[in-house]
Design a binder for this molecule. Structure first.
Ligand SMILES: Cc1ncc(COP(=O)(O)O)c(C=O)c1O
Length: 395
């Protein structure tokens, strides 16, 4: 009766069941997975958030498949601050980055075509691709004192039906930015094999360390790429910490001769749905501007949680933290004496601490837990102490 594209397991997994049971019994949960910024105690300018929605232009229905020009110009300004010049014609507003992915997949791929995605990465990609009947082939990110793209695995993953390479800059959960030399290799492949590059940059503004390389990375959004057809995705859910506003965009860049054709086709897709809510679309300039008060708060939180985490891990601990350059997560490596899922279940059952097992992000092996650096500091510190104590006791 149902299409096979939604043929995925519907039953809750063991960890979700355990969590449900714990909550039902009213037991405390120290949640180290909270990634919803609206629940993390940040200080939002309530009047500005709500006031942005009361624009009188919203009283008239005057749809533009790309979104209102004034709102696209605000996004143009956002990139101009990062040294990238765009025209508003290169921009399409969408209701989420997920919708932006979907538009790009529909534009580029027929059923059975594939796109390459990093592994480990963000679990929703699987679902998005399947809903658009696109196959995912993964390429590996390897860790050796820092994450890097295994370019050999990327080359092996390419097939005649590959349509695009997805990079997540910085990636979730590894927190790794694409390095300049990796980017160069990807651009060459894309040009040679007529593939598009899709760059998900939702966490771009959240560099974790004020190191020298940071300046280079920050300048290197993919939105300014002109050597090959490139789609750069981002949105308010992370930039302004407003996931509930459902506003994102895709920037199209690339060689002039193909760009006009791509923009016309993408416009057809956007025009078919006209999914943007105009009150929100008109609110974009003000909501985007809220990043100026939200990003410093979030950066302060994630950097200080990371520092605290490092202070808590003693040199003798069997747990280590993997290097992260950006984003809202930290990855703990621990002895794989049991599966990641079993570690997560034990931590929840015995200590009331909720963490994400690495397999959720498709790590290549066991031995990884992911914690959210957005977590409130008291919960973070107490939860981390319990994780470290449990692992030390178990080995
Ligand atoms: C890497 C990455 N891309 C995209 C998204 C989704 O963004 P949106 O809320 O705009 O759909 C997420 C959500 O966590 C993410 O981690």
């Amino acid at each position: 009766m149902f299409a096979s594209r939604i043929d995925w397991p519907l039953a809750p997994n063991r960890l979700s069941k355990q969590l449900e049971e714990r909550r039902r019994r009213g037991l405390l949960v120290l949640d180290l997975t909270e990634s919803n910024p609206t629940r993390c105690g940040f200080n939002y300018d309530v009047q500005e958030v709500l006031g942005a929605l009361t624009d009188a232009r919203s009283l008239t229905y005057d749809p533009d498949p790309r979104g209102p020009l004034a709102s696209r110009l605000a996004v143009v300004d956002y990139y101009a601050e990062r040294g990238i010049e765009l025209t508003p014609e290169q921009l399409f507003l969408t209701t989420s980055t997920s919708e932006a992915y979907s538009f790009v997949f529909r534009l580029l791929a027929d059923p059975g075509d594939n796109v390459l995605v990093p592994r480990p990465s963000y679990p929703l990609l699987d679902f998005l691709a399947r809903l658009d009947s696109v196959e995912l082939n993964s390429y590996s990110l390897l860790y050796d004192q820092g994450w890097q793209i295994d370019l050999g695995s990327l080359e092996r993953a390419l097939t005649p039906r590959t349509r695009a390479i997805v990079v997540i800059h910085p990636n979730n959960p590894t927190g790794s930015y694409v390095r300049p030399e990796e980017r160069q290799a990807l651009l060459e492949w894309c040009s040679k094999r007529q593939l598009a590059l899709v760059a998900d940059e939702v966490f771009f503004d959240y560099a974790l360390g004020p190191d020298a390389a940071e300046g280079n990375r920050r300048a290197a959004s993919h939105a300014g790429t002109c050597e090959t057809l490139t789609f750069t995705l981002s949105g308010l859910s992370k930039i302004s910490a407003l996931p509930q506003m459902k506003l994102a965009w895709v920037v199209v860049s690339g060689p002039g001769e193909i760009l006009r054709d791509v923009l016309t086709r993408l416009e057809l897709i956007a025009d078919t749905y006209l999914s943007l809510s105009l009150p929100l679309a008109h609110a974009l300039p003000r909501l985007l501007d809220l990043r100026r008060s939200m990003q410093p708060q979030i950066l302060k939180r994630v950097r200080s949680n990371l520092r605290r985490l490092d202070e808590q891990i003693s040199p003798a601990s069997p747990v280590t933290r993997l290097k992260a350059e950006g984003g809202w997560n930290a990855i703990l490596r621990l002895p794989s004496i049991q599966s990641d899922e079993d570690w997560a279940i034990e931590l929840l059952r015995e200590d009331g601490v909720l963490v994400h097992p690495g397999h959720l992000y498709d790590f290549a092996s066991e031995g990884y837990l992911v914690v959210s650096l957005l977590t409130k500091p008291e919960t973070f510190e107490e939860g981390v102490a319990k994780v470290l104590a449990r692992v030390s006791r178990s080995v």
